[in-house]
Design a protein around this ligand. Sequence first.
Ligand SMILES: Nc1nc2c(ncn2[C@@H]2O[C@H](COP(=O)(O)OP(=O)(O)OP(=O)(O)O)[C@@H](O)[C@H]2O)c(=O)[nH]1
Ligand SMILES: [Mg+2]
Ligand SMILES: [Zn+2]
Ligand SMILES: [Zn+2]
Length: 485
Amino acid sequence: MNGGQEYVIGGLVAIVVTAVLVVPMLLVVVPLGLLLGTFGSLAIIVARLATGAAPTPRPVDDAVAADPVEGTPGDEPAWRSYLGAQAIGDARDAGTHVKRAASRLWDGVRELRDNAGYTEFPDSAVVAPLWLVPFGFGVATTAGAAVGSAASGVVVGGVTGTMWTAHRAAAGALRLGSTLDTRRRGAGATCVNPECLGHTTTPIVQCRCGRFHRTLRPGAFGAFRRRCVCGALLPTTIAGAVARGRLALRCPWCNDELPPGSMIDRNVRLVVTGAPGSGVSTLADAGLHAVMETVTSSGGSVSRTAGATGAATRCTAARLVWGRRAAVVTVLDAPGAVVASDVELARLHLLRDVSGIVLVIDATALPRPASKLGDGPGADPEITYRTIAGRLRDDGVDLRKLPLAIALSKADQLDAVLPGRGPAPGSAGVQDWLARQGQRSLVAAAERDFGAVRYYLTSADGESDRSPGAVVAWLLRRAGVRVPT
Ligand SMILES: Nc1nc2c(ncn2[C@@H]2O[C@H](COP(=O)(O)OP(=O)(O)OP(=O)(O)O)[C@@H](O)[C@H]2O)c(=O)[nH]1
Ligand SMILES: [Mg+2]
Ligand SMILES: [Zn+2]
Ligand SMILES: [Zn+2]
């Protein structure tokens, strides 16, 4: 036989082998492979998911001592909800295991080939077509695995996706509900650290274990509950964390603990200002004190939550509880020197979120009474007014939404200096008198700038119709706090 005939015969043998052996074997092996691949992959996926074998993504655990102000936003010391991260991890884990099984199968095919060794020509005419059998089996099994994975992906993914969407929708609705609830109740938290005085509606929540939850809200860490790294279950709203969890709140700027009632009670922030020596501190203290007294005398309870003095400012805060109502009132004493200094003013975060303003004008420092006293006139109150109004506008505060109380202080001394020629009783009387004392342009500016302006004649000597308490009580009413009178 010459070489040409040999190849023809070899070819014929190969065709016969293929037709008689390989095709029938493939007819058995390919469906078998498809079935094995499909059900094998399904079995692997179900087993992986059932055991929850994927490692749970560990939450970042910023140690108890870590500075919460410095941390990365979004990193919370809490476990993400299953649908958030674990589902993706589980899917990836199941996929990896199916892939691993398929590659083991191909390893087997390769091993078979390597062990069989190399076959010379006449024999190879028989052997070569036979290789189609394991190869076809491998391809069929792989295809089956792909089909099985895709099918379970569609089913499991569809179910998880639906649950994920529902979870997100629930979290979103709860978040909106809690935001609206906070707004409706006028709740918030005001830091009483005199160097900070920040106001926020999203304080840091500290778990009992000490860890700081910076963004406690319904979301990826849980819609209804979240689990702290320490294992404790926390509510997902800040109001819930305070009311049900009895957890402490901290200021997001300085990390100081926030006073009791934060994020639960109505939160009112007042700023009292005026020229140096005009009676700012006296009015701030006596005003809040008088309101506290009316609350206690009508059966309520009060607790002073701060009386801190900073470098330049004083801040007094009290929690008032009467009947079923409660309010946290923070009064910032911003003396004229602070108002005159841009640097000092810029430091006062509280100004941006102020609920009401008191401008104190020393009655005895106005030009006419001052000259009767033999003194030169004091600082022009209009300058103080324009400085604070300008600062508020710079901070983006809409003055038309704010009430302004103008308090003419030291009424007792005014009586002595100008007997019988002081202001007529009532807001209009004081307004009119101020205008006649050369303050027409201050009065006009105040009426134009602010949403509501009221004028008071006050005295620290305890006369009830001149009590600084009336000033504070009016601003509280404007902020939605109806203290008993
Ligand atoms: N007679 C009388 N004196 C008052 C009244 N209000 C304040 N004073 C006095 O005025 C002075 C200044 O009062 P403060 O309340 O310290 O005034 P202030 O604006 O806070 O002063 P600085 O913080 O130093 O700018 C004090 O001696 C007070 O006793 C008042 O209604 N009647
Ligand atoms: Mg003062
Ligand atoms: Zn914890
Ligand atoms: Zn603070």
